[in-house]
Design a protein around this ligand. Structure first.
Ligand SMILES: [Zn+2]
Length: 331
């Protein structure tokens, strides 16, 4: 037994707690840091007395598209309990978000989804936007950030996606018409060429980092589409074909999200009335998508995490709830 706070092994038993089903939970006291802990400390189940199986059922219902009230009725639990459990798992998102494998090859697609939340405001002022980034080939869902469609929202989402991908060797970064992605990215991912590397073709010294290319897809008013390459690529970076840029899996991802996340469907949903409710639901959805639910398009029983090479099997909802993040999975 190791202390989850300081990793000390000098721990002693320190009384028991009992869960609602009567199961005894051994508490420990760490002699290293003086903190108490038990097997649930640092997991989505921390400080809950509900059996993990009940919480697991609730989140399965929610991530298959049931509303909060309906899930509560089925399990004979209050809707506030269901919301709290969802929030507990959403709070663990960082622990379940490993970065892309070092030296890999990724295609990042950015998109936005809109739903009405709260009062009836025009879309541009509404807090019902979700900025989404996914990795095309694995369908790994990198980021889903909810809020008003401002530069700050794009900045935060872009930063997360860049942090996730930057250890990759090759990065194709494609988005649908939103220039703010590229502006934020330029600040983080541009480099200066040496004077000797600047040629006539590359008249500018500031270019994208080697291996990174960035394009936006412009949807014209007559349905014609074109691709705009953003800023100059590094002289040694090969540029993708336009058809590569146009391929898109975001549409399928968005419709799955609408189907499985009731907050995107219900106009009058009390619990999707604010940004926090929508963010909570979509974060849980993202973790389940990446780790738990095999994706039909990836081959038999394969999750996005497996497809990108971060783990070798699907994990269960129970593991997602009771482990201290991906680092505590057995290799
Ligand atoms: Zn300790």
């Amino acid at each position: 037994m190791e202390c989850p706070h300081c990793q000390s092994e000098k721990v002693v038993k320190n009384g028991k707690d009992y869960h609602q089903d009567g199961k005894a939970i051994q508490n420990y006291l760490c002699k290293g840091c003086g903190k108490r802990f038990n097997e649930r400390t640092g997991t989505a189940m921390s400080r809950l007395r509900t059996p993990a199986s009940i919480v697991s059922y609730a989140l399965k219902m929610r991530t298959e598209g049931m509303g909060i009230r309906a899930s509560g009725r089925v399990l004979e639990k209050s809707h506030t309990s269901i919301m709290r459990w969802e929030q507990k798992l959403a709070n663990q998102a960082q622990q379940w978000s490993p970065e892309a494998p070092v030296g890999g090859d990724v295609t990042i697609e950015g998109d936005e989804i809109y739903t009405r939340v709260g009062e009836n405001l025009p879309p541009q002022e509404s807090k019902g936007w979700t900025v989404v980034f996914i990795e095309r080939n694995s369908r790994y869902w990198i980021e889903a950030r909810v809020g008003i469609k401002t530069t700050e929202l794009f900045a935060k989402a872009t930063k997360t996606a860049w942090q996730w991908s930057k250890a990759s060797q090759y990065i194709r970064w494609f988005s649908d018409g939103e220039r703010r992605y590229a502006q934020q990215l330029w600040q983080m991912a541009s480099v200066y060429l040496k004077a000797t590397e600047v040629s006539r073709e590359y008249g500018h010294r500031k270019v994208w980092r080697h291996g990174l290319e960035v394009a936006i897809k412009i949807k014209g008013s007559q349905g014609n589409r074109r691709v705009e390459w953003v800023k100059l690529e590094h002289p040694y970076t090969a540029i993708s074909d336009k058809s590569d840029v146009h391929a898109n899996h975001n549409e399928a991802n968005n419709s799955a999200l609408r189907r499985r996340c009731s907050a995107y469907r219900r106009r009058q949903n009390l619990y999707a009335k604010n940004t926090e409710g929508l963010q909570r639901a979509v974060t849980v959805q993202r973790l389940v998508h990446n780790w738990v639910r095999p994706h039909g398009g990836l081959g038999k029983n394969k999750t996005p995490v497996m497809a990108i090479g971060l783990y070798h099997r699907p994990i269960s909802m129970l593991e997602l709830l009771t482990l201290r993040g991906f680092t505590s999975l057995t290799p």
